[in-house]
Design a protein around this ligand. Structure first.
Ligand SMILES: [Zn+2]
Length: 137
C-alpha cells in the first residue's frame, strides 16, 4: 500500500492550505512537501508532522514561498525530541558535554552548559544515556 500525504490530510480533515504555492517548484503539493521533509529521518513520519502542526501553522506554511526548509527543521526537531524521550541520543549527538544539573551527557558539541535538553528527562524520571558511569544527583 502506498502512502499519500494528501490522502492522509483529507482523511483527518486537514485541507492543504488554499494559498499554498511552492514557488521553488509550483508542481509540488503540500503533502509532497510533508513527505520530503521526513526523508532520511527514521523515527518521524508525515503523520507525525501533521499531528504536531496546529491549523494556524498550516495556514502560515501556506504563506511561505517554500515551506520545505521549515518543515525539514521541524521534522528534525520532532525527531530529536522523540529520541531524547526514549533515552537515546539523537543522531550526531556524539560529543560528551557537561550540564551543571545532569552531569556528563551526550550533546552535539563538547560544551559546558547550565541546562541541557536532557534536563527535561531528568525532571520527568526518563532515561538519560550516559557517556560515563555517573550517580544521579
Ligand atoms: Zn541537563
Amino acid at each position: 500500500m502506498s502512502f499519500s500525504a494528501g490522502g492522509l490530510l483529507n482523511e483527518i480533515g486537514i485541507q492543504s492550505p488554499a494559498n499554498f504555492a511552492n514557488h521553488a517548484n509550483p508542481l509540488v503539493t503540500f503533502g509532497e512537501c510533508l513527505l520530503d521533509a521526513c526523508k532520511g529521518i527514521t523515527n518521524i513520519e508525515c503523520q507525525d508532522l501533521i499531528q504536531a502542526l496546529a491549523a494556524e501553522d498550516i495556514d502560515a506554511l501556506g504563506q511561505m514561498a517554500n515551506p520545505l526548509p521549515f518543515l525539514q527543521s521541524f521534522a528534525l526537531a520532532l525527531s530529536s525530541i522523540r529520541w531524547r524521550k526514549s533515552g537515546i541520543a539523537p543522531p550526531g549527538w556524539t560529543h560528551i558535554g557537561h550540564c551543571e544539573r545532569c552531569g556528563p551527557v551526550y550533546l552535539w558539541a563538547a560544551i559546558q552548559v547550565a541546562g541541557c535538553p536532557w534536563c527535561w528527562n531528568r525532571r520527568h524520571d526518563l532515561p538519560i544515556p550516559r557517556p560515563l558511569d555517573v550517580t544521579p544527583l
